[in-house]
Design a protein around this ligand. Sequence first.
Ligand SMILES: Cc1cc2nc3c(=O)[nH]c(=O)nc-3n(C[C@H](O)[C@H](O)[C@H](O)COP(=O)(O)OP(=O)(O)OC[C@H]3O[C@@H](n4cnc5c(N)ncnc54)[C@H](O)[C@@H]3O)c2cc1C
Length: 415
Amino acid sequence: MKQAVILGGGTAGTMMANHLNKKLDEKSWQLTVVDETNNHYYQPGFLFLPFGKYSEKDVMKKREKFLPKTIAYILAKIEKISPEKNEVYLSGGKVLTYDLLIIATGNDIAPELVKGIDNGWRENIFDFYTFDGAVSLRNKLKTFKGGKMVVHMTEMPIKCPVAPIEFALLADEFFHKQGIRDQVEIEYVTPLPKAFPKPSFAEKVHELYEQKNIRLVTGFALAEIDGTNNQMVGKDGSRLDYDLLVTVPPNKGSEVIARSGMGNARNYVAADPHTLQAKNYDNIFVVGDASDIPTSKAGSTAHFSAEILAENIEHWVNGKPMTAAFDGHANCYIESGFNKALLIDFNYDHDPMPGTFPLPKVGPFKLMEETTINHLGKMAFKQIYWRMLLKGIPMPTVPPNMKQSGKQMPDLQEK
Ligand SMILES: Cc1cc2nc3c(=O)[nH]c(=O)nc-3n(C[C@H](O)[C@H](O)[C@H](O)COP(=O)(O)OP(=O)(O)OC[C@H]3O[C@@H](n4cnc5c(N)ncnc54)[C@H](O)[C@@H]3O)c2cc1C
């Protein structure tokens, strides 16, 4: 029996398990998933937890419910991978041998990389990128009566780079509804030259922030946090005050990647951007946030690329060329408050652009525009995630690679 092992049972790992369970011949292949916890988090919901829009049970479910019953599911910490020996070492001493390895160990915040962050952490400095962080921020917001809230991201790449932008917009709505918006100053601080890495969409964010009186500070490279004076200190010595700091610390891939000597400085594994095959190992593929491919680290990217990867692995196990090529497709709803949202859809070659999605002219979603239908799409996504995407059920009319139809492509006639 040949062994296919998936490391990590989060968004990408669970999708791959469901795809491969259908694609691999069960008489010849044993499929195994390893994760260290049995809690699966719907991370996009972490945005809504601090504002009381979602509760714990909206965002956390038992992982085993979403994995195929017929595969082996091991609850253990992955200690190390030996790509030379085709072995994976687990906590408790178990060793797995593989013929095919899929790395889907994701990434996480690394607050320990920020000097001074401990002085105020979870008192007046919070993250919302973890379940615990989002829950403790919710408790803080219940008692926050006014002052300066800074929403900050430290560096790229982070997962879902629109999430901190959305957080500032939802904070505007939240404080309005609390009746204290005039007592809260909201500031968005980024090291980037604009609010968002893709210039076409950054302009939209700038307009929204101006309308909603959210101050934008660009080009701020954080050196350390001075928690005694409630200030962020820039590398150029400049200082920014906060009363409440909501920060996205640097993100990095799982430590197992570093322990195995397989990653870059932030523990991301080098992979071919189109086939997701690890650059140095023919029988290893990397999917989701764990890889270094140059697109957004997002659940949508995990979902689209998992569909392509499953098709390629079906060819690969049969000794055929991998003909499917991922184009870097990412699709993000941006919740902007008061039941409105925007939507962007882009890939390696095309930045976000106006148009309709997923159907030309019909939509119903509008790209780069703030609409109520887009907001309904964002809210519907939770159920689509739990009921369809994790189980590997494709979304009708949304193929894995970006559709050009419906988009006002600068270099193409509308199709
Ligand atoms: C606040 C927030 C909002 C977001 N909003 C959106 C959004 O609106 N749209 C969107 O598309 N994406 C969004 N995302 C991003 C999206 O959630 C991630 O990109 C996606 O979950 C990545 O999937 P993954 O499988 O690569 O990683 P994960 O889902 O994080 O899974 C990685 C798994 O690997 C396991 N693992 C790691 N190391 C080990 C080890 N050593 N041993 C055992 N197990 C291990 C972990 O336990 C985990 O279960 C958001 C993320 C956040 C934090």
